[in-house]
Design a protein around this ligand. Structure first.
Ligand SMILES: Nc1ncnc2c1ncn2[C@@H]1O[C@H](COP(=O)(O)OP(=O)(O)OP(=O)(O)O)[C@@H](O)[C@H]1O
Ligand SMILES: [Mg+2]
Length: 456
């Protein structure tokens, strides 16, 4: 367990010594300061878990210290020591946010109790702040405070320190690579994070990419080359799109996992490696096994720890947070003021199905940041097929935070969908009505009727 650091602030040397010794005996790490100003200087060096301060001191007194700490945003609990008979000052201090007060002369038992309580309170407040941040914003590089995302953060923190392989599954653009990086970061492993996309590298090159080769192992192998497995030793290798890895190579991967060693192509020597494998796929892993794209034994081995990244439509309460984040990011990059999201745009974002998940939302907000001319993003900055619903608010059913719809009236939803599809068809056909009607699979007459109905 970590030792708590306590700062004792008092102008009387004897008093400081007594407190310091007693607190040391209780197992705390103690520093001293003679007044508030000195105490603030100590905080510049390193933070403390608790401050015990006298109230009457020259230069900066206890109350001023309390104020100065709060102004600096130091949430550290403060216990004030006050003389018998000056209770009012203690009450004042409590109003300013002191955690507790102790009246002199005191018994050490009183001090021990107050310190234990204040430290416990401090920890709790820190945890609360941490949880609140996570709900309101996200964790690390992740934006999103939905229950599903918070469960994901918990799972990442839980599995990161272990050596076990991890299989990340989730639709395209949900953030699988972000999860893989977060696992590496939270793992405490000090080697490299080495990503490799199994779908992007031709099958015959993939093996030498992973294993490395010795000079002359094959034509074109002009020199020795270290593979990604060796490179990631002590770190994490991220095998993206694992189901696209040829089956023969999957068998070799399994052997590497079991033996903790690799052999460069053309070499006789086996090298020990300290591997941590994180794999990802945007397919359903079990289905990939059934269809023969992934070896069953490898699947079992990787699936020990499985992380499913939820699609965006299952965590709609994160949409606006993400949209604002990306809008801020891209506007800032462009050196422009950050616009708001108009009500109509927010509604469109909330009802949209997001097949491309967070990546699609990111691209959309980049586009909006570029196109935006005014103070807020208006529907014109979104692709037409997304805003069709927003133009007729009554026909735009809005999902609430849990993804459930306020209204279940079927006609409203069907109308909204029809409107969106028609707008998309018009966009794609360049406003050619007969082409659009063919795309929609309806007669031109039906299309004209619907255009009038939806005032398109
Ligand atoms: N929760 C999130 N908060 C902030 N940014 C996110 C979040 N999820 C994803 N992103 C961003 O969205 C983009 C897509 O994420 P990522 O590349 O991790 O998705 P993926 O699941 O690996 O997609 P694919 O299956 O297509 O490879 C990245 O730019 C990533 O930074
Ligand atoms: Mg990816």
């Amino acid at each position: 367990m970590e030792t708590h650091r306590i700062l004792v602030v008092d102008d009387e040397v004897k008093m400081r010594r007594v407190l310091e010794m007693s607190l040391r005996n209780m197992g705390y790490e103690v520093s001293q300061a003679a007044d508030g100003a000195e105490a603030m200087a100590c905080f510049d060096e390193a933070p403390f878990d608790l401050v015990m301060t006298d109230l009457n001191m020259p230069r900066m007194d206890g109350m001023q210290l309390l104020r100065a700490l709060r102004e600096r945003g130091e949430g550290v609990p403060v216990i004030v020591l006050t003389a018998f008979g000056s209770i009012e000052t203690a009450v004042e201090a409590m109003k300013l946010g002191a955690a507790d007060y102790i009246i002199r002369p005191f018994e050490m038992d009183t001090v021990e109790l107050a310190v234990t309580r204040a430290l416990a309170m401090g920890t709790m407040q820190r945890e609360n702040r941490f949880l609140r941040d996570e709900v309101e914003r996200g964790w690390g590089e992740f934006i999103g405070g939905s229950a599903k995302m918070r469960a994901l953060y918990d799972l990442i923190r839980q599995v990161a320190p272990a050596r076990s392989s991890v299989l990340i599954a989730g639709e395209t653009g949900t953030g699988k690579e972000l999860v893989a990086r977060a696992i590496h970061q939270a793992s405490g492993r000090d080697g490299l994070f080495v990503p490799i996309n199994c779908a992007a590298i031709p099958a015959d090159l993939l093996e030498s990419e992973l294993f490395g080769h010795q000079k002359g192992a094959f034509t074109g192998a002009h020199r020795d080359r270290m593979g990604k497995f060796e490179l990631s030793s002590g770190g994490t290798i991220f095998l993206d799109e694992i189901t696209e890895m040829p089956l023969t190579l999957q068998a070799k991967l399994l052997r590497v996992l079991q033996e903790g060693a690799v052999e460069r192509l053309g070499a006789q020597r086996v090298v020990k490696v300290d591997l941590r494998i994180v794999a990802a796929t945007n397919r359903d892993p079990q289905q990939a096994v059934d269809e023969g794209a992934m070896r069953q034994d490898l699947f079992f081995r990787l699936n020990v720890v499985r992380i499913d990244v939820p699609p965006l439509r299952e965590r709609r309460e994160d949409i606006v947070l993400l949209a604002e984040h990306f809008l801020r990011k891209y506007s800032t990059e462009l050196g422009r003021p950050v616009p708001d999201l108009s009500e109509a745009v927010t509604q469109s974002l909330l009802v949209y199905a997001w097949p491309g998940n967070v990546r699609e939302l990111e691209n959309l907000m980049e586009r909006a940041a570029v196109l935006c001319r005014g103070k807020s993003v208006e529907p014109q900055s979104l692709p037409v097929d997304m805003t069709a619903t927003a133009a007729v608010p009554s026909a735009a059913p809005v999902a609430d935070a849990s993804g459930a719809f306020d209204s279940l009236v079927l006609d409203e939803h069907v109308a909204a969908l029809e409107r969106r599809l028609i707008a998309a068809a018009l966009e794609r056909s360049g406003d050619n009505k007969s082409a659009a009607s063919r795309l929609l699979g309806v007669s031109e007459r039906t299309l004209w009727y619907k255009l009038k109905k939806y005032r398109l």
